[in-house]
Design a protein around this ligand. Structure first.
Ligand SMILES: Cc1cc2nc3c(=O)[nH]c(=O)nc-3n(C[C@H](O)[C@H](O)[C@H](O)COP(=O)(O)OP(=O)(O)OC[C@H]3O[C@@H](n4cnc5c(N)ncnc54)[C@H](O)[C@@H]3O)c2cc1C
Length: 380
Protein backbone atom coordinates (compact mmCIF):
# COMPACT_ATOMS: atom_id res chain seq x y z
CA UNK A 1 0.00 0.00 0.00
CA UNK A 2 1.12 3.56 -0.73
CA UNK A 3 2.67 5.08 2.38
CA UNK A 4 2.21 8.75 3.10
CA UNK A 5 5.24 10.68 1.87
CA UNK A 6 6.01 8.21 -0.91
CA UNK A 7 4.98 9.08 -4.46
CA UNK A 8 2.55 11.65 -3.10
CA UNK A 9 1.83 13.05 -6.51
CA UNK A 10 1.86 9.91 -8.58
CA UNK A 11 -0.92 10.44 -11.09
CA UNK A 12 -1.39 14.07 -10.09
CA UNK A 13 1.65 15.55 -11.80
CA UNK A 14 -0.33 16.10 -15.01
CA UNK A 15 -3.19 17.61 -13.04
CA UNK A 16 -0.75 19.99 -11.37
CA UNK A 17 0.73 21.06 -14.71
CA UNK A 18 -2.70 21.80 -16.19
CA UNK A 19 -3.97 23.70 -13.16
CA UNK A 20 -0.76 25.70 -12.87
CA UNK A 21 -1.06 26.65 -16.52
CA UNK A 22 -4.70 27.71 -16.06
CA UNK A 23 -3.97 29.74 -12.92
CA UNK A 24 -0.85 31.38 -14.40
CA UNK A 25 -2.54 32.33 -17.68
CA UNK A 26 -6.19 32.90 -16.84
CA UNK A 27 -6.58 33.60 -13.12
CA UNK A 28 -3.42 35.40 -11.98
CA UNK A 29 -3.41 38.13 -14.63
CA UNK A 30 -6.95 39.19 -13.58
CA UNK A 31 -6.61 38.81 -9.81
CA UNK A 32 -5.77 42.44 -9.13
CA UNK A 33 -8.74 43.68 -11.20
CA UNK A 34 -11.09 41.21 -9.48
CA UNK A 35 -9.87 42.60 -6.16
CA UNK A 36 -10.40 46.23 -7.24
CA UNK A 37 -13.80 45.70 -8.87
CA UNK A 38 -15.00 43.38 -6.10
CA UNK A 39 -16.38 40.96 -8.65
CA UNK A 40 -15.48 38.14 -11.00
CA UNK A 41 -16.35 39.42 -14.48
CA UNK A 42 -18.63 37.33 -16.71
CA UNK A 43 -15.89 36.50 -19.22
CA UNK A 44 -13.62 35.17 -16.46
CA UNK A 45 -16.51 33.19 -14.99
CA UNK A 46 -17.06 31.67 -18.45
CA UNK A 47 -13.41 30.56 -18.59
CA UNK A 48 -13.60 29.09 -15.08
CA UNK A 49 -16.73 27.21 -16.11
CA UNK A 50 -14.99 26.00 -19.30
CA UNK A 51 -11.99 24.73 -17.29
CA UNK A 52 -14.18 22.11 -15.57
CA UNK A 53 -12.65 22.85 -12.15
CA UNK A 54 -16.05 23.67 -10.68
CA UNK A 55 -16.76 19.96 -11.04
CA UNK A 56 -13.53 18.87 -9.37
CA UNK A 57 -15.26 17.23 -6.39
CA UNK A 58 -18.09 15.68 -8.40
CA UNK A 59 -17.90 12.05 -9.60
CA UNK A 60 -17.41 11.35 -13.28
CA UNK A 61 -20.79 9.61 -13.42
CA UNK A 62 -22.41 13.05 -12.88
CA UNK A 63 -20.10 14.80 -15.33
CA UNK A 64 -17.47 16.02 -12.84
CA UNK A 65 -13.71 15.51 -12.77
CA UNK A 66 -13.92 13.03 -9.88
CA UNK A 67 -10.66 14.28 -8.38
CA UNK A 68 -9.00 12.42 -5.53
CA UNK A 69 -8.31 14.51 -2.44
CA UNK A 70 -4.68 14.56 -3.45
CA UNK A 71 -5.66 16.20 -6.75
CA UNK A 72 -8.00 18.56 -4.89
CA UNK A 73 -5.03 19.53 -2.75
CA UNK A 74 -3.08 20.42 -5.90
CA UNK A 75 -6.02 22.39 -7.34
CA UNK A 76 -6.42 24.49 -4.19
CA UNK A 77 -2.72 25.12 -3.68
CA UNK A 78 -2.48 26.47 -7.22
CA UNK A 79 -5.73 28.43 -6.85
CA UNK A 80 -4.37 29.99 -3.65
CA UNK A 81 -1.29 31.20 -5.52
CA UNK A 82 -3.44 32.94 -8.08
CA UNK A 83 -6.52 34.54 -6.57
CA UNK A 84 -8.35 34.14 -3.26
CA UNK A 85 -11.70 34.99 -4.84
CA UNK A 86 -11.32 32.15 -7.36
CA UNK A 87 -10.42 29.90 -4.43
CA UNK A 88 -13.51 31.01 -2.52
CA UNK A 89 -15.69 30.09 -5.52
CA UNK A 90 -14.13 26.60 -5.57
CA UNK A 91 -14.68 26.35 -1.81
CA UNK A 92 -18.40 27.18 -1.59
CA UNK A 93 -19.38 25.54 -4.88
CA UNK A 94 -17.52 22.41 -3.72
CA UNK A 95 -19.14 22.52 -0.26
CA UNK A 96 -22.60 22.32 -1.79
CA UNK A 97 -21.57 19.73 -4.37
CA UNK A 98 -20.11 17.37 -1.76
CA UNK A 99 -23.22 17.77 0.42
CA UNK A 100 -25.53 16.80 -2.44
CA UNK A 101 -23.36 13.90 -3.56
CA UNK A 102 -22.98 12.51 -0.02
CA UNK A 103 -26.44 13.19 1.44
CA UNK A 104 -28.78 13.97 -1.46
CA UNK A 105 -31.26 11.48 -2.94
CA UNK A 106 -31.01 10.21 -6.54
CA UNK A 107 -33.48 12.82 -7.82
CA UNK A 108 -31.45 15.66 -6.27
CA UNK A 109 -28.15 14.23 -7.51
CA UNK A 110 -29.44 13.81 -11.06
CA UNK A 111 -31.07 17.23 -11.06
CA UNK A 112 -28.19 19.28 -9.66
CA UNK A 113 -24.82 17.53 -9.94
CA UNK A 114 -24.48 17.58 -13.76
CA UNK A 115 -25.30 21.32 -13.79
CA UNK A 116 -22.90 22.06 -10.91
CA UNK A 117 -20.18 19.94 -12.54
CA UNK A 118 -20.30 22.01 -15.72
CA UNK A 119 -20.68 25.31 -13.89
CA UNK A 120 -24.06 25.83 -15.56
CA UNK A 121 -25.27 26.37 -12.02
CA UNK A 122 -23.25 28.15 -9.30
CA UNK A 123 -23.88 27.11 -5.71
CA UNK A 124 -23.40 28.85 -2.39
CA UNK A 125 -23.49 27.76 1.23
CA UNK A 126 -25.84 29.73 3.49
CA UNK A 127 -25.28 28.94 7.15
CA UNK A 128 -24.13 32.11 8.96
CA UNK A 129 -26.64 34.64 10.25
CA UNK A 130 -26.27 38.13 11.70
CA UNK A 131 -26.34 36.62 15.23
CA UNK A 132 -24.82 33.18 14.50
CA UNK A 133 -21.31 32.72 13.15
CA UNK A 134 -18.93 30.51 15.10
CA UNK A 135 -21.78 29.07 17.14
CA UNK A 136 -23.94 27.55 14.43
CA UNK A 137 -26.33 26.06 17.00
CA UNK A 138 -27.70 29.61 17.35
CA UNK A 139 -29.22 29.85 13.85
CA UNK A 140 -32.74 31.27 13.90
CA UNK A 141 -33.95 30.82 10.33
CA UNK A 142 -37.11 28.73 10.45
CA UNK A 143 -38.71 26.29 8.02
CA UNK A 144 -42.32 25.63 9.02
CA UNK A 145 -43.76 22.45 7.47
CA UNK A 146 -47.09 22.41 5.63
CA UNK A 147 -48.52 19.61 3.44
CA UNK A 148 -45.87 19.39 0.74
CA UNK A 149 -43.80 22.51 1.36
CA UNK A 150 -41.89 24.51 3.97
CA UNK A 151 -42.22 28.24 4.61
CA UNK A 152 -38.83 29.79 5.30
CA UNK A 153 -38.29 32.98 7.30
CA UNK A 154 -35.00 34.47 8.45
CA UNK A 155 -31.72 36.11 7.39
CA UNK A 156 -28.40 34.74 6.20
CA UNK A 157 -25.25 36.87 6.15
CA UNK A 158 -21.79 36.79 4.53
CA UNK A 159 -22.80 34.33 1.83
CA UNK A 160 -19.89 33.93 -0.60
CA UNK A 161 -20.98 34.20 -4.25
CA UNK A 162 -24.55 34.76 -3.01
CA UNK A 163 -24.75 37.72 -5.42
CA UNK A 164 -24.69 35.45 -8.46
CA UNK A 165 -25.44 31.93 -7.23
CA UNK A 166 -28.23 29.90 -8.80
CA UNK A 167 -28.52 27.41 -5.95
CA UNK A 168 -28.45 28.09 -2.20
CA UNK A 169 -27.85 25.43 0.43
CA UNK A 170 -29.76 26.99 3.32
CA UNK A 171 -29.75 25.79 6.91
CA UNK A 172 -32.94 26.30 8.92
CA UNK A 173 -34.80 24.92 11.93
CA UNK A 174 -37.79 22.71 11.10
CA UNK A 175 -39.77 22.58 14.31
CA UNK A 176 -36.47 23.19 16.16
CA UNK A 177 -34.61 20.51 14.17
CA UNK A 178 -31.64 21.75 12.11
CA UNK A 179 -32.20 20.94 8.45
CA UNK A 180 -30.62 21.72 5.08
CA UNK A 181 -32.65 22.81 2.07
CA UNK A 182 -31.74 23.40 -1.56
CA UNK A 183 -33.31 26.65 -2.71
CA UNK A 184 -33.25 27.81 -6.33
CA UNK A 185 -32.54 31.47 -6.98
CA UNK A 186 -35.88 32.17 -8.64
CA UNK A 187 -37.90 30.96 -5.63
CA UNK A 188 -40.34 33.63 -4.47
CA UNK A 189 -40.01 35.32 -1.07
CA UNK A 190 -36.25 35.50 -1.15
CA UNK A 191 -34.16 38.69 -1.47
CA UNK A 192 -30.43 38.97 -2.18
CA UNK A 193 -28.45 42.11 -1.22
CA UNK A 194 -24.75 42.53 -2.08
CA UNK A 195 -22.25 43.25 0.73
CA UNK A 196 -19.26 45.30 -0.44
CA UNK A 197 -16.06 46.61 1.10
CA UNK A 198 -14.34 43.42 2.28
CA UNK A 199 -10.78 43.36 3.58
CA UNK A 200 -9.73 40.41 1.44
CA UNK A 201 -11.00 37.86 -1.09
CA UNK A 202 -12.81 40.96 -2.33
CA UNK A 203 -14.13 39.40 -5.52
CA UNK A 204 -16.16 36.84 -3.58
CA UNK A 205 -19.44 38.61 -4.39
CA UNK A 206 -20.76 38.20 -0.85
CA UNK A 207 -24.46 38.70 -0.11
CA UNK A 208 -27.03 38.90 2.60
CA UNK A 209 -30.19 36.84 2.10
CA UNK A 210 -33.67 37.63 3.45
CA UNK A 211 -36.37 34.98 3.45
CA UNK A 212 -39.91 36.23 3.94
CA UNK A 213 -42.55 33.51 3.71
CA UNK A 214 -40.46 31.77 1.10
CA UNK A 215 -42.25 28.57 -0.03
CA UNK A 216 -39.92 25.64 -0.75
CA UNK A 217 -41.14 22.19 -1.79
CA UNK A 218 -40.49 19.44 0.77
CA UNK A 219 -38.51 17.44 -1.80
CA UNK A 220 -35.76 20.12 -1.54
CA UNK A 221 -34.65 18.98 1.91
CA UNK A 222 -31.35 17.07 1.89
CA UNK A 223 -31.39 13.89 3.94
CA UNK A 224 -34.04 14.52 6.58
CA UNK A 225 -35.04 16.98 9.26
CA UNK A 226 -32.62 17.11 12.19
CA UNK A 227 -29.35 16.20 10.43
CA UNK A 228 -28.71 19.59 8.83
CA UNK A 229 -25.87 20.61 11.12
CA UNK A 230 -24.56 17.30 12.50
CA UNK A 231 -24.24 15.59 9.11
CA UNK A 232 -24.68 17.97 6.20
CA UNK A 233 -23.03 21.17 7.43
CA UNK A 234 -20.23 19.18 9.10
CA UNK A 235 -19.50 17.28 5.89
CA UNK A 236 -19.46 20.51 3.85
CA UNK A 237 -17.35 22.34 6.43
CA UNK A 238 -14.78 19.54 6.45
CA UNK A 239 -14.38 20.07 2.71
CA UNK A 240 -14.38 23.87 3.14
CA UNK A 241 -11.63 23.70 5.74
CA UNK A 242 -9.55 21.46 3.53
CA UNK A 243 -10.02 23.80 0.57
CA UNK A 244 -9.02 26.87 2.61
CA UNK A 245 -6.05 25.11 4.21
CA UNK A 246 -4.59 23.99 0.87
CA UNK A 247 -5.10 27.42 -0.68
CA UNK A 248 -3.23 29.00 2.26
CA UNK A 249 -0.20 26.93 1.26
CA UNK A 250 -0.43 28.44 -2.24
CA UNK A 251 -0.87 31.94 -0.84
CA UNK A 252 2.17 31.47 1.42
CA UNK A 253 4.21 30.10 -1.48
CA UNK A 254 3.26 33.12 -3.62
CA UNK A 255 4.44 35.46 -0.82
CA UNK A 256 7.68 33.53 -0.46
CA UNK A 257 8.32 33.53 -4.23
CA UNK A 258 7.70 37.28 -4.46
CA UNK A 259 10.05 37.86 -1.51
CA UNK A 260 12.83 35.72 -2.98
CA UNK A 261 12.68 37.70 -6.21
CA UNK A 262 12.57 41.08 -4.51
CA UNK A 263 15.47 40.39 -2.15
CA UNK A 264 17.70 39.48 -5.10
CA UNK A 265 17.14 42.89 -6.71
CA UNK A 266 16.71 45.34 -3.86
CA UNK A 267 19.86 46.76 -2.28
CA UNK A 268 20.04 48.24 1.23
CA UNK A 269 23.19 49.38 3.12
CA UNK A 270 25.34 48.58 0.11
CA UNK A 271 24.26 44.97 -0.45
CA UNK A 272 21.31 42.97 -1.71
CA UNK A 273 18.58 42.39 0.87
CA UNK A 274 19.10 38.63 0.61
CA UNK A 275 22.58 39.06 2.06
CA UNK A 276 21.27 40.59 5.30
CA UNK A 277 20.99 38.04 8.08
CA UNK A 278 17.71 39.40 9.45
CA UNK A 279 16.14 38.98 6.00
CA UNK A 280 17.62 35.48 5.71
CA UNK A 281 15.94 34.60 9.00
CA UNK A 282 12.58 35.81 7.67
CA UNK A 283 12.99 33.81 4.46
CA UNK A 284 13.88 30.70 6.47
CA UNK A 285 10.80 31.03 8.68
CA UNK A 286 8.56 31.69 5.66
CA UNK A 287 9.96 28.70 3.75
CA UNK A 288 9.89 26.21 6.61
CA UNK A 289 6.39 27.14 7.79
CA UNK A 290 5.03 26.99 4.24
CA UNK A 291 6.50 23.53 3.78
CA UNK A 292 5.13 22.38 7.17
CA UNK A 293 1.67 23.64 6.20
CA UNK A 294 1.98 21.83 2.86
CA UNK A 295 2.80 18.55 4.62
CA UNK A 296 -0.17 18.90 7.00
CA UNK A 297 -2.49 19.47 4.03
CA UNK A 298 -1.01 16.57 2.09
CA UNK A 299 -1.43 14.33 5.11
CA UNK A 300 -5.08 15.37 5.43
CA UNK A 301 -5.57 14.64 1.69
CA UNK A 302 -3.92 11.26 2.05
CA UNK A 303 -6.11 10.31 5.03
CA UNK A 304 -9.22 11.52 3.19
CA UNK A 305 -8.38 9.37 0.19
CA UNK A 306 -8.07 6.38 2.55
CA UNK A 307 -11.45 7.34 4.10
CA UNK A 308 -9.71 7.35 7.47
CA UNK A 309 -11.82 9.07 10.20
CA UNK A 310 -8.62 10.72 11.48
CA UNK A 311 -8.79 12.85 8.34
CA UNK A 312 -11.25 15.17 10.13
CA UNK A 313 -8.78 16.06 12.87
CA UNK A 314 -5.92 16.16 10.35
CA UNK A 315 -7.96 18.74 8.43
CA UNK A 316 -8.36 20.88 11.57
CA UNK A 317 -4.59 20.78 12.09
CA UNK A 318 -4.01 21.67 8.46
CA UNK A 319 -6.54 24.52 8.41
CA UNK A 320 -5.36 26.00 11.71
CA UNK A 321 -1.68 25.92 10.87
CA UNK A 322 -1.98 26.91 7.21
CA UNK A 323 -4.17 29.95 7.94
CA UNK A 324 -1.79 31.19 10.65
CA UNK A 325 1.16 30.52 8.37
CA UNK A 326 -0.41 32.47 5.51
CA UNK A 327 -0.94 35.49 7.79
CA UNK A 328 2.64 35.34 9.12
CA UNK A 329 4.21 34.78 5.70
CA UNK A 330 2.13 37.49 4.02
CA UNK A 331 2.97 39.95 6.79
CA UNK A 332 6.70 39.21 6.39
CA UNK A 333 6.41 39.55 2.62
CA UNK A 334 5.02 43.08 3.04
CA UNK A 335 7.77 43.83 5.58
CA UNK A 336 10.47 42.66 3.19
CA UNK A 337 9.02 44.76 0.37
CA UNK A 338 8.90 47.91 2.53
CA UNK A 339 6.85 50.71 0.96
CA UNK A 340 6.73 48.77 -2.29
CA UNK A 341 4.70 46.15 -0.43
CA UNK A 342 2.15 48.68 0.79
CA UNK A 343 0.72 49.67 -2.57
CA UNK A 344 -1.94 47.82 -4.53
CA UNK A 345 0.16 47.65 -7.69
CA UNK A 346 2.19 44.99 -5.83
CA UNK A 347 0.46 41.62 -5.28
CA UNK A 348 1.88 41.19 -1.76
CA UNK A 349 -0.42 44.00 -0.57
CA UNK A 350 -3.42 41.90 -1.73
CA UNK A 351 -1.94 38.67 -0.35
CA UNK A 352 -1.67 40.31 3.08
CA UNK A 353 -5.34 41.36 3.08
CA UNK A 354 -6.47 38.02 1.63
CA UNK A 355 -4.48 36.00 4.16
CA UNK A 356 -6.31 37.42 7.19
CA UNK A 357 -9.71 36.24 5.98
CA UNK A 358 -8.54 32.63 6.28
CA UNK A 359 -8.20 32.94 10.06
CA UNK A 360 -11.93 33.70 10.30
CA UNK A 361 -13.69 31.54 7.69
CA UNK A 362 -14.43 27.80 7.93
CA UNK A 363 -13.82 27.84 11.68
CA UNK A 364 -11.79 30.69 13.16
CA UNK A 365 -8.41 30.20 14.87
CA UNK A 366 -10.12 30.22 18.27
CA UNK A 367 -12.69 27.60 17.27
CA UNK A 368 -9.86 25.38 16.02
CA UNK A 369 -7.97 25.95 19.28
CA UNK A 370 -11.04 24.70 21.15
CA UNK A 371 -11.68 21.75 18.83
CA UNK A 372 -8.10 20.54 18.68
CA UNK A 373 -7.45 20.81 22.41
CA UNK A 374 -10.71 19.06 23.39
CA UNK A 375 -10.00 16.23 20.94
CA UNK A 376 -6.39 15.96 22.04
CA UNK A 377 -7.59 14.98 25.55
CA UNK A 378 -9.86 12.25 24.23
CA UNK A 379 -8.51 8.83 25.09
CA UNK A 380 -5.90 10.35 27.44
C1 LIG B 1 -14.93 36.63 3.58
C2 LIG B 1 -15.95 35.83 4.32
C3 LIG B 1 -16.73 34.91 3.62
C4 LIG B 1 -17.71 34.18 4.28
N1 LIG B 1 -18.50 33.31 3.56
C5 LIG B 1 -19.49 32.61 4.20
C6 LIG B 1 -20.36 31.74 3.45
O1 LIG B 1 -20.21 31.55 2.24
N2 LIG B 1 -21.35 31.10 4.11
C7 LIG B 1 -21.56 31.25 5.45
O2 LIG B 1 -22.47 30.64 5.99
N3 LIG B 1 -20.76 32.09 6.18
C8 LIG B 1 -19.74 32.77 5.58
N4 LIG B 1 -18.91 33.61 6.30
C9 LIG B 1 -19.14 33.78 7.73
C10 LIG B 1 -18.13 33.01 8.56
O3 LIG B 1 -18.45 31.65 8.55
C11 LIG B 1 -18.13 33.62 9.97
O4 LIG B 1 -17.58 34.91 9.87
C12 LIG B 1 -17.35 32.77 10.97
O5 LIG B 1 -18.03 31.58 11.24
C13 LIG B 1 -17.13 33.53 12.28
O6 LIG B 1 -18.34 33.99 12.76
P1 LIG B 1 -18.54 35.55 13.12
O7 LIG B 1 -17.94 36.36 12.06
O8 LIG B 1 -19.98 35.73 13.42
O9 LIG B 1 -17.68 35.75 14.40
P2 LIG B 1 -18.13 35.40 15.92
O10 LIG B 1 -18.66 34.03 15.98
O11 LIG B 1 -18.98 36.51 16.44
O12 LIG B 1 -16.72 35.44 16.66
C14 LIG B 1 -16.03 36.66 16.90
C15 LIG B 1 -14.66 36.33 17.48
O13 LIG B 1 -14.82 35.59 18.69
C16 LIG B 1 -14.17 34.33 18.59
N5 LIG B 1 -14.98 33.32 19.28
C17 LIG B 1 -16.23 32.92 18.97
N6 LIG B 1 -16.63 31.94 19.80
C18 LIG B 1 -15.61 31.70 20.64
C19 LIG B 1 -15.39 30.82 21.74
N7 LIG B 1 -16.32 29.93 22.07
N8 LIG B 1 -14.20 30.85 22.38
C20 LIG B 1 -13.23 31.73 22.01
N9 LIG B 1 -13.38 32.61 20.99
C21 LIG B 1 -14.54 32.61 20.32
C22 LIG B 1 -14.05 34.04 17.12
O14 LIG B 1 -13.00 33.17 16.85
C23 LIG B 1 -13.83 35.43 16.56
O15 LIG B 1 -12.47 35.75 16.68
C24 LIG B 1 -17.91 34.36 5.67
C25 LIG B 1 -17.11 35.27 6.37
C26 LIG B 1 -16.14 35.99 5.71
C27 LIG B 1 -15.29 36.95 6.49
Amino acid sequence: MLKWGENMFEGDVEVQKEIRHFVENVIKPRASQVDKDEEVPDELMAEIKESGYLGATISKEYGGLGYTNNALYVLHEEAGKGCSSFRSLLTVHGMVSVAIERWGNEVQKNKYLPLLAKGDMIACFALSEPQAGSDISQIQTSAVAYDNYYVINGNKKWITFGQIADLFLVFALCDGKPSALLIDRDTEGFQISPIKGFLGARGSMIAELKFENCKVEKCQIIGMEGIGLSHIAMHSLDYGRFSVACSCVGLSQACLDASLEYTKERKCSGKELRKHQLIQKKITQMAVNTEAARLLCQKAAWLKDKKDPNSIMATWYAKYFSAKTAVMVASEAVQIHGANGCINSNPVERYYRDAKINEIIEGSNEIHEKLISVNSYMGN
